[in-house]
Design a protein around this ligand. Sequence first.
Ligand SMILES: C[S@@+](CC[C@H](N)C(=O)[O-])C[C@H]1O[C@@H](n2cnc3c(N)ncnc32)[C@H](O)[C@@H]1O
Length: 190
Amino acid sequence: MNPLIGYILITIVVLIAFIATFFYLWIIINPLFGSVPYVPSSMKTVRKMVEAANVVPGDIVLDIGSGDGRIVIEFAKKGIVSHGYEINPLLVFISRMVIKFKGLEGKAFIHYKSLYEAKFDGYTIVSTYCLPKTMSDIETRMFHELPLGARVVSNTFRFKQWRPSRKDGNVYVYEKNIDSSFSKEHIAVV
Ligand SMILES: C[S@@+](CC[C@H](N)C(=O)[O-])C[C@H]1O[C@@H](n2cnc3c(N)ncnc32)[C@H](O)[C@@H]1O
């Protein structure tokens, strides 16, 4: 074999091994810091979340902890401007590549940022797949910052004080409107 081809092959294998190791280490280390581990929503659930959000023209979506960007991408495919906040640089890179590949650059945006930095007032739909601790951390601020009419779609996990208006299997839908139930007395029971 031509030594140059051998050299290129070895470089590719080492590169793939390095990326895979980094990826898995990040997944293991992440939860140790009390953050949300990378567990992607199934595509069935993603479609259910998009459906449950009742999108209308002009909506702007934020997925907090956007993983590989699948939720951001699914909303963008509906023509909705969608943003994702993600702290895993590899997932940021992968999701940006997929967005480019699918030609959704003008609609889907991934920010290498912590979800704790998010300002919710600019969004009409927020999607989450976060552990209860993170849900509690952001609940009050999200409720107060979101504009009236906003919806939050959550995979599996619920807020403590904000009562969901609907539930479709593992997807909870919260609406911010004048009748929204948000108090310590309204522990969600659906
Ligand atoms: C359970 S996964 C959900 C991914 C995606 N939303 C989905 O449903 O397929 C949670 C994601 O949040 C990311 N994450 C954890 N802590 C974060 C933080 N503080 N800011 C932004 N993203 C975070 C993780 O890296 C992971 O990709």
